[in-house]
Design a protein around this ligand. Structure first.
Ligand code: NAD
Length: 483
């Protein structure tokens, strides 16, 4: 809980100013007692030459205040502009993206009227590190980096969230049947952390079938925790099936800072017309109030909002003649919510937040593991002799080896092709040549350098190396498929 009542506010682009104005007016009417430091972000800032859509002065404000309420912005196309959201998430260490998706039947049609799922997405790691290399004419690589503390932080956050909000189950989604090391680490940490929360059910789905469950049986899910890319995808699926894309808010939470917003964009097609639905941003603001220790104010606003929905006072995006009473604009919708402050819904379930929602994530540094170098993979760019791998294997065996390291196998795009490989396997120009010590001796970096000199002398074009380690005696690298 924080007693700091100053927050940073950005009005954003498109419908941003209209929905922010409506949201702040509702918060002020609820007497939340917050002061606002307004910063400029978005399209105009990009066009003024700030490639990330934010100026250095605005950074000072963002750093000074722990909470940031942000309206959507328009990212200009092309021109090397960087995503403002990604920049803010990474710079402020906002490791957790929380997106609650709830159905509001019959006011907002949903295939799943009882759906109430919270997706907790890891926000900083995975393929979003944006580390990419083209290595040969034919092969490009993106690094997927998963860290032990990064995984523990998000998994703990999900369980702490479940505990704080009275949720019953946390479901982990990974693809560790294929990525046994990276996704395997995330799943292993999930299993370990789950034991510390015996009152909360814990289960795991492989992400592909897990996504199908989100789409087909979301009512069986409660809190979902997953890696960055999968979280990006499943949260869009969840938003779509809940039917409330325009109404969902989200939080991006870090150790010292948090950012709250609507999940939708700046909707330039309806900007300036007083027709946008401010509910997504208002729901983001409600999440912020709970986190700021103002559960009573969050409840006051959320229940007035639910009452407005069930009274049929609807903006154009959810207005339907058969079930709505009145079609209103953005300003009038805010007025209707303000008029209902202090009321609770009678058909939709009223909300009750825990007064002391405090989510404390404490990740302790683990002891360093014992690391032993047992080999090296040398990646070679090669397309001679019609890509006949027996020629490549023969040349490497004959000319490239040292007293400590000899060729064990060659794989291409992960598939074993030499010796005794799958002859039909497609062969790109990117060959992984695995060198190990036949007697299982532990090696040093000097042994790798000695080998690399031989690779160079033999005229091979090496594009990268990867060291093969054992950590605490466990193999820390994958085997070739078909090997
Ligand atoms: P969008 O979410 O802005 O709009 C999609 C559709 O939903 C449009 O038809 C729009 O009119 C409607 N819509 C969205 N919010 C609404 C609301 N509150 N009330 C009523 N209708 C609403 O998505 P888009 O058109 O793909 O993107 C527009 C811009 O927003 C792009 O520049 C994109 O980069 C940006 N964007 C920003 C954020 C963010 O700042 N967090 C997120 C997504 C997209």
């Amino acid at each position: 809980m924080s007693t700091n009542k100053r927050i940073t506010v950005a009005y954003g682009d498109g419908i941003g100013p209209e929905i922010m104005e409506a949201t702040l007016r509702i918060m002020d009417a609820a007497e939340v007692g917050i002061e606002y430091d307004v910063i400029e972000i978005g399209e105009q800032v990009y066009k003024a030459g700030h490639k990330s859509g934010i100026s250095p002065e605005s950074w000072e404000t963002l750093r000074a205040n722990p909470y940031f309420l942000k309206a959507p912005i328009t990212t200009p196309q092309g021109g090397g502009y960087k995503s403002l959201n990604v920049t803010i998430r990474k710079s402020l260490g906002l490791y957790s993206n929380v997106r609650p998706f709830r159905a509001y039947p019959p006011y907002v049609p949903s295939f799943f009227p009882h759906m109430d799922v919270v997706i907790v997405r890891e926000n900083e790691e995975d393929l979003y590190a944006g580390i990419e290399y083209q290595q040969t004419s034919e092969v490009v690589q993106t690094l997927k980096l998963i860290s032990d503390p990064g995984s523990e932080k998000i998994v703990r956050y999900a369980f702490e969230y479940a505990r704080a909000y009275g949720r019953k189950k946390v479901t982990c989604m990974t693809k560790d049947n294929i990525m046994k090391h990276s996704d395997g680490l995330f799943h292993k940490i999930f299993n370990e952390v789950a034991k510390e929360y015996p009152e909360i059910e814990a289960d795991h789905w492989i992400i592909d079938i897990g996504s199908a469950v989100v789409a087909a049986r979301p009512e069986s899910l409660d809190v979902v925790v997953t890696l960055n890319l999968y979280g990006d995808i499943v949260s869009d699926i969840a938003a779509e099936v809940a039917g409330s894309v325009g109404m969902a808010g989200s939080s991006n939470v870090g150790m010292n800072h948090s950012m709250f917003e609507a999940i939708h964009g700046s909707a330039p097609d309806i900007a300036g017309k007083n027709i946008a639905n401010p509910s997504g941003l208002l729901n983001g603001a409600t999440m912020m109030l709970v986190q700021m220790g103002m559960a009573d104010k969050a409840e006051l606003i959320q229940n007035a909002w639910l009452k407005t929905l069930e009274d049929g006072v609807h903006t154009g995006d959810i207005y339907r003649a058969q079930r709505s009473a009145e079609r209103v604009g953005t300003k009038e919708f805010a007025d209707a919510v303000i008029a209902r402050l202090g009321q609770v819904p009678s058909k939709l379930k009223a909300v009750k937040y825990n007064e002391n929602v405090s989510i404390n994530v404490d990740v302790k540094e683990k002891p360093q593991q014992k690391k032993e170098l047992v080999g090296v993979d040398v990646f070679i760019d090669w397309r001679e002799n019609n890509r006949d791998v027996n020629v490549l294997g023969g040349k490497l065996s004959a000319n490239v080896s040292t007293g400590k390291l000899t060729l064990k196998e060659i794989s291409n795009r992960g598939v074993l092709v030499y010796p005794n490989g799958v002859p039909e396997a497609f062969k790109s120009d990117h060959w992984r040549c695995r060198y190990t010590n036949p007697n299982g001796e532990t090696l040093s970096n000097s042994d790798v350098i000695e080998l690399m000199k031989k690779v160079q002398e033999a005229g091979f074009d090496f594009v990268k190396t990867e060291h093969l380690y054992h950590f605490d005696g466990e193999r820390g690298y994958s085997l070739s498929q078909g090997g």
